[in-house]
Write a protein that binds this ligand. Structure first.
Ligand code: NAD
Length: 571
């Protein structure tokens, strides 16, 4: 018998109970429904669980206490990650309750930076498959594979092809851990219902020779498909999920630079989809920069912004900043002149070969640069700082230590309070350590990082380092989208999300405070973001769901909390 279940809510959206047809062993091994030792005596009778559990009926708090003792027995972060994933595979409610109670401690374990290690170890460490693996050689069974999903009602899908995972490149099928991890963050940070989510890996091969030669590799051992073959496969996937899951929000995750943008652009007008590497990173960085500008008393339109690394994240952030400048009244030609993008060949200039279509709008005029006295063929980061005197420096290159002492000192020479953002992940790939940036800029720089860093001490003052973590933005956007099902996700909705986040910045109370709030506020922030996204969707006439409800009611109708609801048997 297939597993069926249904959450029953009251008119206000409060969850009252869960009805299911599963019983006995099947119920205990179903992570979505299992309560373990917390099944009540009545439920044990109704669901044929007598004798299958220790006598004492526990509360979720008691279970959580035990789990913490077990968690602490693991020495390594990867060990802790595997332990938490095993809990997730056993009892999702307890997992979300437990990790939610220790969010600041455990988010770096289930998500960045530890997840990069878990991704690399995917084939070796796999305990239990989760989500859907849609492999290119199985493409003629696409409909069957989608139909075989465990959760039938889907609000949210995170899909990856694993080509460019964090800063660690092509990880093939290991990208599945990122899809799973992102969905966990949605649930933890915004209360998305875990019964309605789906992680998907599109296995289109890998160009990672180490994986191709690894006898343990679990994916399709084949070079990545490209061109028409790839595009047709993506289209087959999109058409199939649109047919069977027309209301699901599609989150593209960790695609290669060109495919990331192409896939998003190809479908973004057609239905509601989102690329976190481009749009999420763009929005969270915009929020950080808006806060930094408030602290330094400057205007966005007056900034000179250098990007080191002009790939998916770098150009995604540039696009958001550019759109914000235009929204604030700058002419597009004037706004474009605020940007200096540096990639492997150096500063991007318009007579260079190999510029991608998304880099082109930011390429500087070659004539402008010709007069610069530089030692190499193209201006490097230091050349650009000396000639352009930037006020903001953003690192999206995954080049460890690229923001050297000389770079940071040069930034501080030309600007009183430079904004310096080494965004690369994992921690080992950061362009600079924040303690060094403080030291080299004599405490003047406004800093946020991509990876989490422990507090630092500068001039005997304890400083919390803001993490420009996408977890501040995408869960709230997802919650808003699920609650109003807009026909598409627009730049205006993403701008609204960034603005809502920036308003939580501690700098509005103290100009020397960190640029972002700490993670303990993330649920409150996600709610504020969701509200703004729904309002914007309604203003634009794009919301298709729950328009009869107030914004708060619409959110309440879809939100989920990690607690045990009473179970009743489905007839
Ligand atoms: P990507 O591969 O699309 O882009 C990286 C770019 O850096 C490429 O264009 C590459 O050519 C360039 N590059 C490499 N070496 C360089 C060098 N020596 N000089 C100049 N440019 C160089 O990857 P991405 O998705 O843009 O991610 C880049 C980094 O940003 C990753 O570490 C990722 O984890 C991080 N990131 C952080 C956040 C965040 O902080 N919230 C969000 C997304 C991505």
């Amino acid at each position: 018998m297939s597993c069926q279940f249904e959450l029953i809510r009251d008119a206000e959206g409060n969850i009252l109970k869960l009805n299911t047809n599963q019983t006995g062993y099947d119920l205990l091994v179903n992570p979505r429904l299992n309560k373990g030792s917390a099944f009540t005596q009545e439920e044990r009778q109704v669901f044929q669980l007598q004798g299958k559990l220790p006598h004492h009926v526990e509360t979720i708090e008691e279970q959580s206490f035990r789990i913490y003792q077990q968690y602490q027995s693991y020495d390594s972060d990867l060990g802790k990650n595997i332990f938490l994933n095993a809990l997730h595979d056993t009892n999702e409610t307890l997992f979300y309750r437990f990790v939610g109670e220790h969010l600041e401690e455990m988010l770096p374990i289930i998500y960045t930076p530890t997840i990069s290690n878990a991704v690399e170890q995917f084939s070796l460490q796999l305990r239990r498959p989760r989500g859907l693996y849609l492999a290119y050689p199985d493409r003629d069974q696409m409909e069957t594979m989608i139909a075989n999903r465990s959760n039938q009602e889907i609000d949210l899908m995170v899909v990856t092809d694993g080509e460019r995972v964090l800063g660690i490149g092509d990880q093939g099928i290991g990208g599945m851990n990122i899809s799973i991890g992102k969905l966990m963050v949605y649930v933890l940070c915004a209360g998305i219902n875990p019964l309605c989510k789906l992680a998907i890996t599109l296995d289109v091969g890998t160009n990672n020779e180490e994986l191709l030669n690894d006898p343990m590799y679990l994916g399709w051992r084949h070079k990545r498909i490209t061109g028409k073959e790839y595009d047709d496969f993506i289209d087959l996937f999109v058409r199939t999920v649109r047919k069977y899951l027309p209301n699901a929000f599609l989150h593209w995750e960790d695609f290669g630079r060109d495919n990331a943008r192409r896939n998003l652009e190809r479908y973004r007008e057609e239905f509601c989809s989102f690329n976190d590497d481009m749009q999420g990173t763009g929005a969270v960085t915009l929020a950080v920069i808006l806060a930094g500008l408030y602290a330094s008393g400057r205007e966005l339109s007056q900034e000179r912004i250098v990007f080191f690394g002009a790939g998916t994240a770098g150009t995604g952030v540039a696009d958001q900043l550019f759109a914000a400048m235009v929204r604030q009244g700058s002419l597009p030609e004037a706004a474009a002149k605020c940007f200096y993008l540096i990639d492997q060949p150096g500063l991007l200039v318009d007579d260079m070969d190999g510029l991608t279509d998304f880099q082109q709008p930011y390429a500087r005029a070659a004539s402008e640069v010709r007069a610069w006295k530089i030692s190499g063929k193209n201006p490097n980061l230091l050349d650009v700082i000396h000639y352009a005197k930037p006020t903001i420096l953003v690192g999206c290159s995954a080049v460890t230590g690229a923001f050297s002492e000389e770079v940071v000192r040069a930034m501080s020479e030309y600007t009183d309070r430079p904004i310096i953002l080494p965004l690369s992940n994992p921690t080992s790939r950061a362009e600079a350590h924040p303690a060094d940036i403080y030291e080299w800029s004599r405490g003047k720089a406004l800093v946020a990082t991509g990876s989490p860093f422990a507090d630092i001490t500068y001039q005997e003052k304890e400083i919390r380092i803001s993490q420009s973590n996408n977890a501040f933005i995408f869960p709230g956007i997802g919650l808003g989208v699920i609650a109003c099902r807009p026909k598409k996700l627009t730049d205006e909705m993403i701008w609204a999300a960034a603005e809502a986040l920036s308003q939580f910045s501690p700098v509005f109370k103290d100009k020397d405070a960190p640029l972002l709030p700490d993670l303990s506020k993330v649920r409150e922030i996600s709610l504020a973001i969701a509200k703004r996204v729904i309002e914007e969707a309604r203003n634009q006439g794009l919301a298709t769901y729950q328009n009869e409800h107030s914004v708060d009611e619409a959110i309440q109708q879809v939100i989920w909390q990690a607690k045990y609801y009473p179970y009743e048997k489905m007839s």
